[in-house]
Design a protein around this ligand. Structure first.
Ligand code: FAD
Length: 343
């Protein structure tokens, strides 16, 4: 990995994890476009489009990729940009593993001299008031502010509710924007502070070792009173977590990628543990019921697809058709078999 602060770019080898890029960028007051976990590879998340903490300000993670170094289906090493090969460049920015082996990427870095963020946590009894505050915050949030609502029920702990937030700016501005949280009953904990962009993974503190999990994602068209009531109507068990990520902002702008603009204002992520077949069935049923009760658009981010879903669940019919045509042209013998095939 090389970071060039003068041009605000980085060249990142395919195995580099997001947290390593963040640490290198932070040393220059810059940031990449990190997701919630520092252990996910920059290549893996960018090849699927990718939802970043800073997507409301800067768009899809793949929007920040300016070049791919690849080995194509004929074994040729190539440097692919929007100018040299617009079709391959477009396909790699969202349906990645289907078209080439990526050996490195060039990504844009963004100024981030100040970052404020953290998690504020309450017992689940406060969920209606916390959700109300979350909706008020997201209704007027500038693109520099990102807030996620979490319903959590970890084994051995009582059900809880949390708001995770990051603000690309000064602490006093962030505290003003997040003031509705300070009017709520005293939280169990509050980790909000001025932080380095290298510390982002501490906000959600997701597991860093591989483990079994059952996930389902949806994109929501609204979070109105009815949707909020449906979300909070019953305890989330047997799910461990229900996360609502506020989108909007730069996600809605044109994007030279298979996903294109993301117009749904919220992403929903439902997660549970398949500890045995009965538990797996219960988790899947709860995910299905919650998804059915909420205003889901039917489209899903590619990086949040689960094994029962298909690449076409992530893209419009037009984008799916273009991907299939390109797959036939660029990899006619289906050498590259991604987890979510396009053909
Ligand atoms: C804890 C956790 C948090 C997450 N948070 C987010 C988030 O905030 N936002 C988000 O969008 N996603 C998130 N994800 C999903 C994540 O982006 C995807 O699982 C992604 O595919 C992981 O990439 P990887 O390279 O780490 O994994 P891998 O399993 O190594 O790669 C996944 C697939 O990507 C393709 N691929 C990877 N590298 C290459 C390469 N060099 N060349 C060609 N194809 C390649 C392959 O098809 C491969 O099967 C999260 C996942 C986890 C586990």
């Amino acid at each position: 990995m090389n970071v060039d602060p003068a041009t605000r770019t980085a060249r990142v080898g395919a195995g580099v994890r997001s947290g390593r890029l963040q640490a290198a960028a932070a040393a220059h007051g810059l940031t990449g476009l990190p997701g919630s976990s520092p252990v996910v590879s920059v290549a893996g998340v960018a090849l699927g489009g990718g939802l970043s903490w800073f997507g409301r300000k800067h768009g899809w993670i793949s929007d920040g990729v300016t070049a791919f170094e690849i080995v194509d289906a004929e074994g040729n090493q190539r440097h692919v940009t929007a100018g040299t090969d617009p079709d391959m460049f477009w396909a790699l920015r969202g349906a990645g593993g289907n078209f080439a082996i990526v050996t490195a990427l060039e990504v844009a870095l963004h100024p981030a001299p100040h970052l404020y963020g953290g998690r504020t946590l309450w017992t689940a009894g406060h969920a209606p008031a916390v959700a109300d505050a979350f909706r008020r915050i997201t209704a007027t949030a500038p693109d520099e502010l990102t807030a996620w609502l979490d319903l959590l029920h970890f084994p051995g702990a009582p059900p809880m509710v949390a708001v995770d937030a990051t603000y690309l700016g000064a602490e006093d501005e962030a505290r003003d924007l997040l003031a509705p949280l300070d009017l709520l009953p005293a939280p169990l904990s509050d980790s909000r502070k001025t932080m380095s962009v290298a510390e982002l993974g501490s906000i959600t503190a997701e597991p860093t070792d591989p483990g079994a999990g059952l996930s389902r994602a949806e994109l929501l068209t609204t979070l109105d009173d009815d949707a909020t009531e449906a979300l909070l109507r019953n305890p989330i068990a047997p799910l461990l977590s229900v996360q609502l990520r506020h989108l909007g902002g730069a996600f809605t702008r044109p994007s030279d990628s298979p996903h294109g603009p993301l117009t749904e204002p919220y992403a929903l992520y439902l997660f549970g543990l398949p500890t045995d077949p009965a538990a797996a069935a219960a988790v899947t049923a709860r995910q299905r019921d919650l998804a059915a009760a909420l205003p889901a658009s039917g489209r899903k981010p590619y990086t949040f697809l689960n094994p029962d879903e298909d690449a076409s669940d992530a893209f419009t019919p037009e984008a799916t058709a273009r991907l299939r045509t390109l797959k036939r042209q660029l990899d006619p013998h289906n050498l590259f078999r991604a987890n979510f095939p396009v053909a």
